[in-house]
Design a protein around this ligand. Structure first.
Ligand SMILES: CC(C)(COP(=O)(O)OP(=O)(O)OC[C@H]1O[C@@H](n2cnc3c(N)ncnc32)[C@H](O)[C@@H]1OP(=O)(O)O)[C@@H](O)C(=O)NCCC(=O)NCCS
Length: 202
């Protein structure tokens, strides 16, 4: 479990099915433009029954070392609410030691710094106990909020990938952002950097 203030990252549980389905179904218009194209109806793809497959897949990827998936939760008055997701995926080890991060958050809590905090926690975990050296985030140019997340945290913009991924029904260009562990080691990690940046913001 990783946490900072009200933001908590933890492994998914089988019992998350109803909460996961509810938040995904309530956020169709918010999430669909940024997600991998999948055949089928949004409500079916995000049903409690589908969560069983999602859960198994995430457990498998965590077990094999291909991914580090987390439920993003907010804690308030002792109550924990599932509000999003973050995953370090496509992990390749050996001489590469690199992974790609994907994330989303419930629109009702957008703009509160939940995902920058979650990303900082996930990156510190990946560079520390996770043994990775490089993290990439690939974002559609049109996705200003997501680009703000990585830009605020100081990810380097380093590539333009034409027709990179099949998102929302078409091959979409992406901007590649990255960070290696050396870039934040001297600052005590990405969460420490994020805290300093937040303290400076009026
Ligand atoms: C991208 C996303 C994860 C950002 O998460 P977040 O926790 O809201 O991040 P932040 O609080 O740092 O806000 C990021 C930017 O969103 C914008 N924003 C703020 N409040 C917002 C709101 N209510 N609605 C929409 N955008 C908002 C602002 O531009 C903000 O940047 P700023 O800090 O310079 O003002 C979230 O917008 C999201 O889930 N979007 C849909 C899915 C998605 O795009 N996933 C990423 C694919 S690469």
């Amino acid at each position: 479990m990783l946490s900072d203030g009200p933001v908590l990252l933890r492994p998914y549980r089988r019992s998350d099915a109803a909460a996961w389905s509810q938040v995904r179904r309530a956020n169709r218009e918010w999430l669909a433009p940024w997600e991998s194209s999948l055949p089928g109806d949004w409500d079916d793809l995000n049903s409690p029954a589908t969560f069983r497959w999602v859960y198994r897949d995430q457990r498998r990827s965590a077990r094999t070392g291909e991914g580090m998936p987390f439920a993003v939760c907010l804690r308030s008055d002792g109550v924990e609410r599932l509000v999003g997701h973050i995953n370090v995926g496509n992990i390749v080890r050996r001489a590469f030691c690199s992974g790609y991060v994907g994330y989303w958050v419930d629109r009702r809590v957008a703009g509160q710094g939940v995902i920058p905090t979650a990303l900082a926690l996930a990156v510190d975990h990946a560079f520390g106990p996770g043994g990775l050296h490089r993290i990439e985030v690939n974002i559609r140019p049109e996705n200003r909020p997501s680009r703000r997340v990585v830009e605020k945290l100081g990810f380097r913009e380093e590539a333009y990938h034409p027709r990179y991924m099949h998102i929302d029904g078409a091959w979409r260009d992406h901007i590649g952002y990255a960070m290696t562990s050396e870039e934040i080691a001297a600052e005590g990690g990405l969460l420490a950097r994020w805290h300093r940046l937040r303290a400076r913001t009026p």
